[in-house]
Design a protein around this ligand. Structure first.
Ligand code: NDP
Length: 507
């Protein structure tokens, strides 16, 4: 990594302020990071800006080969990467593996598709035959990636590698809770061939992220809605573009004809993925009356089988939470719900026997929209279940939220499932399957309403990192000069074209 980021990560930079990074399970010190000063952030961006033209000039194909080499390297080093992710977050092996798998396969997707997406396009010009036009997709310049702690690899790099693929250079600001995973992955990108100045890390806290916005040409932010609003304000003052991946309050609808067994297991899996510390985890479950009792019985059955553990291996279902703040917020939501009449039918208590941030997954029933657990974002292991009369009521309640990130529907009628999906005000919906959109790299995903602006993933996730530039070439270099836009020849041609253009789409 660059000298700048290396010294920042090793804590030996000019900055004196330091942040200690601790393992959330053992509380052991993993290391310390420097809080970069404004000068250091500006310096990193200047170096990235200096490196950008050469990175762009290498062309989309060469950059794609580098990303594929990175993916191969990451796969070969997956055990080390998973260990680091687990050290910083306390999550289980399954979660760490899926982060690695997700980035490796995204890089392969970019390798196959980014060069084609970024290719210049020939388009019709004002005057066919004597003019031609092309659209080129130019990178923004230096992209600032500000990333959270919950998926230090996946959320850290799912926005970053398409920015590189599109010819931008990048300065990354990882969360202060998980900088060492970012550091390790950036080193792998260097080994794969990304030049050191083309990708740098600046470490620090929220203030470092804020300062970064003042220097870069584009901001890609993943984090909370509250911080996202501040990022948008700061970027707007500079008139630079940004994308925001923010919080969610994702609904799951269980229709009258659902496969209840599948729905119950899907609920548990989706609500408790990464201990519920996921933007796209299920947070509100609406179950239609006819299947409610059966569903509840099956959810209880699966909840009792969960393996909540500090151990290794893919049989651990729920690991540790990552920070005390989110654990306290989770406890407060459970308490608020119970005080307002909800029933806690499973879990809902800390597990200090396992570690300081372990929490037995809470299953709440009889919840209502008057409770915080159904309105505010949950970032912890809670399954909140509400009985509804029918599908119409489920759809109405699902849309009664300021968020609109993800969602899911369980029904045996696939056509109806698709129809109902379109009625939900969410950026993506899974029918009979939760958590499959983020791993489907051809699909865009991101939030509506307060859940975000813009999309990651798919062609949309690449093209946001470019600015279209149109170039029109007139071949009539020997024509008679004219001072009017409408000489008689042009006028007659335009009139003829008007008629043709009414019928022909390509002219
Ligand atoms: P935050 O919004 O607190 O932080 C996200 C990142 O922004 C961190 O790197 C943080 O630094 C940095 N930051 C903090 N303040 C500022 C600021 N004023 N200007 C610029 N950057 C700043 O979120 P969390 O890290 O606590 O993550 C949890 C939240 O993120 C949840 O609400 C969750 O829903 C959302 N999220 C959304 C995702 C999505 O894809 N839609 C994915 C993952 C999480 P530092 O950590 O050092 O303070």
């Amino acid at each position: 990594m660059s000298a700048q980021s290396k010294t920042s990560m090793n804590g030996a930079a000019h900055s004196t302020a330091q942040i200690e990074v601790r393992n959330p399970v053992s509380r052991e010190l993993i290391g310390s990071i420097a809080i970069c000063s404004e000068d250091e952030v500006r310096g990193a961006v200047e170096r990235a800006r200096g490196a950008q033209p050469a990175w762009e000039a290498r062309g989309a194909k060469e950059r794609a080969y580098i990303l594929r080499a990175f993916a191969d390297l990451l796969w070969a080093r997956r055990t080390d990467a998973m260990r680091l992710i687990r050290q910083e977050t306390g999550k289980n092996d399954t979660g760490a593996f899926l982060e690695v798998y997700g980035i490796v396969t995204e890089a392969y997707w970019l390798y196959h598709h980014a060069p084609r997406l970024l290719r210049s396009q020939r388009r019709p010009a004002l005057l066919p035959f004597i003019q031609y036009a092309k659209v080129h997709f130019k990178p923004h310049g230096v992209v600032g990636c500000i990333t959270p702690w919950n998926y230090p690899l996946y959320n850290g790099f799912t926005d970053l590698i398409p920015a590189l693929a599109a010819g931008n250079t990048v300065v990354m600001k990882p969360s202060e809770l998980s900088p060492f995973t970012a550091n390790y992955i950036v080193d792998l990108l260097y080994q794969a061939g990304v030049p050191e100045d083309a990708l740098q890390i600046v470490t620090g806290d929220g203030s470092t992220g804020a300062v970064l916005i003042d220097y870069v040409d584009y901001v890609s932010f993943t984090g909370s809605t509250a911080t996202g609003r501040k990022v948008a304000e700061r970027a707007s003052k500079r008139l630079i573009q940004y994308t925001l991946e923010l919080g969610g309050k994702d609904p799951l609808l269980i229709l009258e004809d659902a496969n209840v067994e599948l729905a119950a297991a899907g609920t548990i899996r989706s609500a408790l993925e990464n201990c519920g510390q996921a933007c796209v985890s299920t947070e509100r479950v609406y179950v239609t009356e006819p299947v409610y009792d059966q569903y509840l019985q099956r959810v209880q059955h699966y909840a009792q089988q969960l393996n909540v553990s500090v151990g290794d291996g893919f049989s651990v279902d729920v690991g540790s939470m990552t920070n005390e703040r989110e654990l306290k917020r989770t406890e407060a939501q459970v308490e608020d719900a119970v005080v307002k009449g909800a029933k806690l039918i499973s879990g809902g208590k800390r597990r200090p026997d396992l570690g300081p941030l372990f929490f037995a997954p809470a299953v709440l029933t009889d919840v209502t929209h008057e409770m915080d657990v159904m309105r505010e974002e949950t970032f912890g292991p809670i399954v909140a279940i509400m009985k509804v009369k029918d599908t119409d009521e489920a759809v109405r309640l699902a849309n009664d939220s300021e968020y609109g990130l993800s969602g899911a529907i369980f029904t045996r009628n696939l056509t109806r499932g698709e129809e109902i999906a379109k009625m939900l005000q969410s950026g993506d919906i899974g029918v009979n399957r939760t958590y499959a959109v983020p791993g489907s790299h051809a699909l865009p995903w991101g939030g509506r309403k307060h859940s975000g602006i813009g999309r990651r993933g798919g062609p949309e996730g690449v093209m946001r990192y470019t600015q279209p530039q149109s170039v029109l070439v007139d071949t009539m270099i020997g024509s008679v000069p004219s001072l009017t836009l409408l000489d008689s020849l042009t006028m007659n041609t335009l009139l003829a074209l008007r008629v043709l253009r009414r019928y022909l789409p390509f002219i």
